[in-house]
Design a protein around this ligand. Structure first.
Ligand code: PGA
Length: 248
């Protein structure tokens, strides 16, 4: 059986300031080693701060979006090449907030993932159903459709991405998917990846949606849950560190 080291990634969303970041980085650095690989995905203007603060630590950093285009007349966009210059290891693509508020299609998300990989940055591709879709028994169809666009676009590189299952109804709501509910979807995603790449067994599938220090261990104990994508709880150093320590 493949053992996959857990990965715990903070998604700061649109939070932070020089002052708050300095405190947060200090808290993360003071905490010492974690059982999991750790990373924080910060707003673009704070990437250089993250790079300086975390350079000597084991914590990696990344962004929350990137353009599907290489360069050009795309006002407001940030390219994967730029992220690479800031030392980004990861970039989140297709977060449900971007799909919902910026009308990102499955294909656009897949193109962004491809652009990231082209610059050596690991895309963390988010998939997940809304509450209405879950209630209509559409969870499987929705996540499969979202993942399939990425699988087709990445081709033989598919094994290099990280997938994050984030049920939209669990994000920022305090309603976590139960470990069994999450595991069931993770197993579906793993099976879909298995049909696409021999590397599927080594790929990380993260769970995201109201992960907290007190529920992380049971989620991470599930066989196909390889870590977490953490929103609110990543803004408090003590909570984020505790989630990292919840990894077996
Ligand atoms: P949450 O957010 O942990 O605050 O629910 C997770 C996410 O949106 O990535």
């Amino acid at each position: 059986m493949t053992t996959r080291r857990k990965l715990v990634v903070g998604n700061w969303k649109m939070h932070g300031s020089h002052k708050a970041n300095a405190e947060l980085f200090e808290g993360l650095l003071d905490a010492g080693p974690s059982n999991a690989d750790m990373a924080v995905c910060v707003p673009f203007p704070f990437l250089s701060e993250a790079a300086v603060a975390l350079a000597a630590s084991a914590i990696r950093w990344g962004a929350q979006d990137c353009s599907a285009h290489e360069q050009g007349a795309y006002t407001g966009e940030v390219s994967a090449a730029m992220l690479h210059e800031f030392g980004c290891r990861y970039v989140i693509v297709g977060h449900s907030e971007r799909r919902a508020y910026h009308a990102e299609s499955d294909q656009l998300v897949a193109d962004k993932a491809k652009a990231a990989l082209g610059k050596g940055i690991t895309p963390i591709v988010c998939v997940g159903e809304t509450l209405a879709q879950r209630e209509a028994n559409e969870t499987e169809a929705v996540v499969k459709r979202q993942l399939s666009a990425v699988i087709h676009t990445l081709g033989h590189c598919v094994g290099e991405m990280v997938v994050a299952y984030e049920p939209v109804w669990a994000i920022g709501t305090g309603k976590t998917a139960s470990p069994e509910q999450a595991q069931a979807v993770h197993a579906l995603l793993r099976a879909q990846l298995q049909a696409a790449t021999p590397q599927a067994g080594a790929m990380k599938i993260l769970y995201g949606g109201s992960v907290k220090p007190d529920n992380a261990a049971t989620l991470f104990a599930q066989p196909d849950i390889d870590g977490g994508l953490i929103g609110g709880a990543s803004l408090k150093a003590a909570d984020f560190i505790a989630i990292g320590r919840a990894a077996p």
